[in-house]
Design a protein around this ligand. Structure first.
Ligand code: ADP
Length: 623
């Protein structure tokens, strides 16, 4: 039977092996595939992010460029009488057409007066006119620069002409020079712009608080959020001073200086394209100038014609912007986000594969178990029929002889009676076992638990077995520890369990002769902190084959040697012992050495020590 059992798992393990190899191949393919998917996903995310960063920058710069275009002023408007009303119209246009008019905090006019001085006027929206004010500390930087330029002899120096040149980051403000032009040649209408001494400047002061607290968050939400929260951390820094942080979407986020952001974009620029689209004046982009690799463009004021303007170009350099928008994924970086997503994908798909693997193994194990059980049941039916047939045949013929009155000798009648009694007892035991097993299997077995005195119980069982044991020459030793605590048990069930162990010891415990030895013990023990009572049944028989040890408590299991030697049995005894003990919250353990014998121990939880029972003060004794 054992050989038969061993052949099956090898076929099954081959099947499991093949399936597991298949799973490993699928896992490898999945791993590679997910790697490729992640790389693709990363590229896509990167490209999307760049587009979003650009759109953010363009939307912001569009507002800046519109403010610049609407509020700039030419010499005629400044000199004319309708400066205020003209400007009020512009102001209305700005408020009407801009989506975020609040980005402009104030519009100032710095007007050149005698001696290279400048007076400051502020446009009052309520009065719809410029009113003179004192130079504020905020604008002092510009005041000094204007005066320096007015008195300097040099042609070079800061001129506010457009592009990033017209942005003063410190305030921040947009500045436009109002310059006069002089007619040089009436025939060609050639005019020269007087950059050296502008008539004045328009200063459009931006509201940095509004930009930081309202405008940037609105833009961030529309480009970088899914739902309510931002998927990315946004940082705006000054390009002149990288450490100067202008805006941060998450104040906790540390944008590592000089680290490569997932995407970056230069912003805060008056860009040519935008000025062109918002300006009523004619603007042309020049070819790339040989001295600079940036493209520049020409703004031609209305009084000039295209071909006449060559000598007086106003360069609007388009070199990107004063600020830099840096975008990093919330996970740290795009790479980290993709790696995260990849990890999750791997974890889920490998989890599914693992489940699949476990299911395969479980199906194989369960089917092999149920096969084993079915085989045992068939063997059990065959074995039990045989077990029944032998004693029944004996009883049949002996009782027939007795009934026919063929046996007259009273000693012979006694022997016949004893044999019939022994066989009936064997049959009863087997029927009991089968019925009990069937009941326990269906969960119908109920135990009526009461405090049981284990010492007395063992005593009772041994007394009942004593005549038979003595007759067959068994050397029985008992050791019952005095003052054993009681256990909560169904006494008759516990008795059956101990009786089964004694029966097994008798069946497998040794050949005939003096070597037949049985030891039954009951003593106190502990399981961790919990008190226990242990009942041990020990024999010095042949022991159990190590390969069979893990199976002896399975239902219908019969040892190879027991089957070969035709020792009667159903393979249910130990399973019932296990079921009974476990139903009492205990466990059964076995130690067995080939050639030395076996020791079965029932561990039963003891009731409170206070309920100690009165055992006879008895120790080791031979009966
Ligand atoms: P059965 O005795 O009817 O075969 P059990 O469930 O009581 O069924 O025992 C299962 C098997 O365990 C036995 O067939 C035998 O091989 C082995 N076994 C049980 N008790 C002993 C023992 N005391 N010594 C050696 N083998 C034992």
């Amino acid at each position: 039977m054992i050989k038969h059992l061993k052949r099956k798992p090898s076929f099954l393990s081959l099947l499991v092996g093949v399936l597991l190899v298949l799973l490993a191949v699928i896992a490898t393919l999945q791993y590679r595939w997910l790697g490729r998917v992640s790389a693709g996903e990363r590229e896509l995310m990167q490209a999307n992010l760049r587009v979003k960063a650009r759109s953010f920058g363009e939307e912001f710069d569009r507002e800046i460029s519109r403010a610049f275009t609407i509020f700039k002023m030419d010499a005629d408007t400044l000199r004319g009488e309708n400066t205020n009303s003209e400007y009020a119209k512009r102001y209305d246009k700005w408020v009407k057409t801009s989506e975020n008019p609040q980005i402009v905090k104030n519009v100032f006019l710095a007007k050149a007066s005698d001696g290279g001085r400048f007076q400051l006027l502020r446009f009052n929206e309520a009065l719809r006119a410029f009113e003179q004010i004192e130079w504020t500390s905020e604008l002092e930087v510009l005041h000094r620069r204007f005066e320096q330029r007015q008195t300097s002899k040099s042609e070079t120096g800061a001129i506010f002409t457009g592009g990033t040149d017209s942005i003063v980051e410190e305030i921040p403000a947009l500045v436009y020079s109002i310059v006069s032009d002089t007619l040089i040649d009436s025939k060609t209408n050639y005019r020269r712009l007087n950059w050296q001494h502008p008539l004045g400047y328009v200063i459009v002061a931006l509201d940095l608080d509004y930009i930081k607290e309202e405008f940037f968050p609105i833009l961030a939400k529309s480009y970088f959020a899914s739902g309510e929260t931002l998927d990315y951390n946004l940082t705006v820094t000054s390009r002149n001073d990288v450490k100067k942080v202008i805006y941060q979407s998450d104040p906790e986020f540390k944008d590592v200086e000089n680290s490569i952001a997932d995407a970056s974009e230069k912003i805060l620029n008056i860009s040519f394209n935008k000025v062109k689209s918002y300006s009523s004046e004619r603007i042309y982009q020049t070819p790339k100038s040989p001295n600079q690799n940036k493209s520049d463009f020409t703004l031609i004021i209305p009084a000039m014609k295209d071909d006449e303007a060559a000598a007086d170009k106003i360069l609007l350099l388009d070199d990107g912007g004063h600020w830099e928008l840096r975008v990093n994924h919330r996970a740290g970086s795009l790479d980290a986000a993709v790696a995260n997503a990849r990890w999750w994908n791997l974890a889920t798909s490998f989890g599914i594969l693992l489940l699949l693997g476990i299911s395969i193994i479980m199906i194989v194990v369960l089917s092999s178990r149920s096969q084993k059980l079915a085989r045992r049941q068939v063997e059990f039916v065959a074995g039990v029929s045989h077990e029944f047939r032998t004693p029944l045949a004996v009883i049949y013929s002996l009782s027939e002889n007795l009934a026919a009155g063929r046996i007259k000798d009273s000693r012979q009648v006694e022997r016949y009676g004893a044999t019939i009694h022994k066989d009936v007892r064997r049959l009863t035991e087997m029927v009991e076992q089968v019925l009990e097993f069937a009941g326990a299997e269906r969960g119908k077995y109920f135990y009526d638990k009461n405090p049981v005195n284990v010492g007395q119980l063992v005593e009772k069982i041994l007394t009942a077995n004593a005549p038979l044991l003595r007759e067959s020459g068994w050397h029985v030793e008992k050791r019952i520890e005095p003052e054993l605590p009681p256990v909560s048990a169904d006494e008759s069930a516990l008795e059956r369990a101990v009786q089964n162990l004694i029966n097994n010891a008798v069946k497998y415990g040794g050949d005939s002769g003096d070597s037949r030895y049985l030891k039954v013990e009951a003593y106190r023990a502990t399981n961790g902190q919990k008190p226990e009572v242990e009942i041990a049944v020990e024999d010095n028989g042949n022991g159990i084959l190590p390969a069979e040890l893990p199976h002896i408590f399975e239902p219908f299991f019969r040892g190879e040697e027991a089957t070969l030697a035709q020792i009667h049995g159903s393979g249910l005894g130990l399973n019932l012992v296990k079921q009974i003990v476990e139903a009492h919250g205990g466990r059964v353990k076995v130690e067995s050495t080939r050639g030395r014998g076996s020791r079965f121990v029932l561990h039963l939880p003891a009731l409170a020590a206070g309920a100690a029972s009165l055992n006879p003060p008895q120790t080791s004794e031979v009966i």
